[in-house]
Design a protein around this ligand. Structure first.
Ligand code: ADP
Length: 203
């Protein structure tokens, strides 16, 4: 069996990372989505909830048994050590579920495994487990426009998220490949570009 290539995929909010991931999946890559795993850990019945309640108090868990996301967000914005404590709970659980999905993909003979990791650059420990990193890059102003169009977030909220993420240059410094998804590219052109990348990986 040919060895699967493990590609890290990252990009700032609104860069187009999810669009790229979806197209790679359509072409036959297995996408392991760190955010989706993280969300499932804190959804009703999720594995992280007991530990979160123990560490931060039962008020962080809502009546339906899922995480009180807004309250948690406020906590980690106001207390940096809370973010570290939360990450100490979540990261090992994400790693365990990632490994499970990875082993499944490898056993099915998948050639390209895409690790969709929004905070790949911020949490450097991922890097050693990957064969290469693809960064989806675009100017900040376009990130903001896209997220405003997609969500109910205000410009100010989006700017705060961008500030909290790695900078464009930090992300680019980690890249083996870059898809520049700026204004010059429409969705069709982006998909064509991703198809070329897929072909390069034998998909
Ligand atoms: P991310 O996952 O990086 O936050 P998405 O892939 O969800 O970003 O893209 C954000 C929004 O911008 C989506 O609505 C997507 O359809 C749109 N979008 C992404 N790239 C382009 C592009 N090249 N042209 C037009 N719209 C785009």
């Amino acid at each position: 069996m040919a060895k699967a290539f493990q590609l890290g995929l990252t990009g700032g909010i609104g860069s187009g990372k999810s669009t790229v991931a979806a197209r790679l999946a359509m072409r036959g890559a297995t996408v392991i989505d760190a955010d989706q795993i993280s969300r499932s850990l804190t959804a009703t019945g999720g594995k992280a909830l007991g530990l979160i309640a123990e560490r931060f108090g039962p008020e962080l868990i809502s009546a339906d048994g899922s995480l009180e996301r807004q309250r948690m967000r406020e906590l980690v914005f106001t207390r940096p050590e809370a973010r570290q404590q939360l990450e100490a709970i979540i990261h090992p659980l994400i790693a365990g579920e990632t490994m499970r999905q990875l082993e499944q993909a490898i056993s099915q003979g998948c050639r390209l495994i895409v690790h969709d990791i929004p905070l790949l650059v911020e949490s450097g420990h991922w890097r050693t487990q990957l064969d290469g990193v693809l960064v989806v890059d675009c100017p900040e102003e376009i990130q903001i426009e896209r997220v405003i169009a997609r969500s109910g977030l205000s410009r100010q909220e989006i700017e705060a998220i961008i500030q909290a993420q790695a900078s464009r240059n930090q992300r680019l410094a980690c890249a083996d490949w870059v898809v520049f998804n700026g204004q010059s590219l429409d969705l069709d052109a982006l998909n064509t570009c991703v198809d070329q990348i897929s072909a390069w990986f034998g998909l």
